[in-house]
Design a binder for this molecule. Structure first.
Ligand SMILES: Nc1ncnc2c1ncn2[C@@H]1O[C@H](COP(=O)(O)OP(=O)(O)OP(=O)(O)O)[C@@H](O)[C@H]1O
Ligand SMILES: [Mg+2]
Length: 282
């Protein structure tokens, strides 16, 4: 096909030889199948910021690393330079996450480069060499559903051990190749240690898996692995080979209301003292 304009820089640089076809046009990107030498790869072209949706939300941005404080200030101010930096940070987040996860042994497409807003990565294929179907498009038996669910929980644990929470894990962002599920679509991935919403996002990812697979294996509807995984992670006890029980220990102790009230009073007192100091300094 005639190469789309956004892929031209990669052709000019010799990273891509020919564009074979468009694979998908999603909410946030258009994906092409391309030839690079004698390999067939996948090129994900990110849409411009104003065409994208909820992943720009503040909850995903927290804890994102930028190169320096000048960039951080520019991003906060929302200047043109700042928007460009935010755009780059967003695009690099996916390639960074892919490198980190591939190194940790998570089943993700192998990344090659992110250049001019295009991520070049391995094309995930089915047994016949065609682009792999999404989990959502695959009919499952109960046994396969249980197997894929277990495999994916293992992958989520491996990801968290590498410090990453997907943040948008669902049957639409998982492909199925000959060996099982492969996780894709990570520009919104969050840093588990640096983002206050990471625990809630992990739980949502894990709940999404249980809800989806429970269509084929109803017993999965009640599994409670999200809280369990996050609890182990926070306690520093999560390992790649941790065996999950699907249950969590409920904290049966009554809440210590007295201690909470005391903490509130203390904070109020500190704030009052701070205000007095400020007044005195004026
Ligand atoms: N490495 C890959 N190998 C094979 N197919 C892929 C690969 N990456 C993406 N795709 C295909 O392109 C689709 C869109 O990719 P992705 O989910 O990363 O982008 P998106 O813009 O977030 O799309 P959506 O809005 O559908 O989630 C996927 O559902 C999948 O079918
Ligand atoms: Mg997607």
């Amino acid at each position: 096909m005639k190469p789309p304009k956004r892929l031209q820089p990669l052709i000019d640089e010799g990273m891509v030889d020919t564009v074979l076809r468009q694979l998908m046009s999603g909410k946030e990107a258009t994906v092409y199948v391309v030839r690079c030498g004698d390999e067939v790869r996948c090129a994900k072209v990110y849409k411009e910021a104003n065409q994208r949706s909820f992943h720009q939300a503040v909850s995903y941005q927290e804890g994102r690393r930028v190169k320096n404080s000048r960039q951080a200030r520019a991003m906060e101010k929302g200047s043109r330079y700042g928007r460009q930096m935010a755009e780059e940070a967003w695009q690099n987040a996916e390639v960074d996450a892919l490198y980190r996860l591939a190194a940790a042994g998570v089943r993700v497409p192998k990344p090659f480069i992110c250049f001019e807003g295009v991520l070049l990565m391995e094309l995930v294929t089915d047994a016949d060499g065609n682009a792999a179907p999404r989990l959502n498009d695959v009919e499952l038996t109960e046994a396969t559903a249980l197997d894929y669910h277990a495999q994916l929980l293992q992958q989520v644990v491996l990801m968290l051990c590498a410090g990453v929470v997907h943040g948008d894990l669902s049957e639409y962002n998982i492909l199925v190749d000959a060996a099982g599920p492969v996780i894709i679509d990570l520009p919104q991935a969050v840093d588990a240690a640096g983002n206050n919403n990471a625990g809630a996002m992990l739980e949502r990812d894990v709940d999404n898996l249980a809800t989806y697979f429970s269509r084929f294996a109803p017993q999965l509807a009640s599994s409670k692995c999200g809280k369990e995984i996050w609890g182990l992670y926070q306690a520093g006890l999560l390992k790649a080979d941790t065996v999950l029980t699907g249950r969590i220990k409920e904290n049966k102790r009554p809440a210590d209301v007295g201690a909470v009230m005391q903490a509130i009073h203390l904070a109020e007192k500190e704030e009052e003292e701070r205000r007095q100091r400020m007044q005195m300094a004026e």
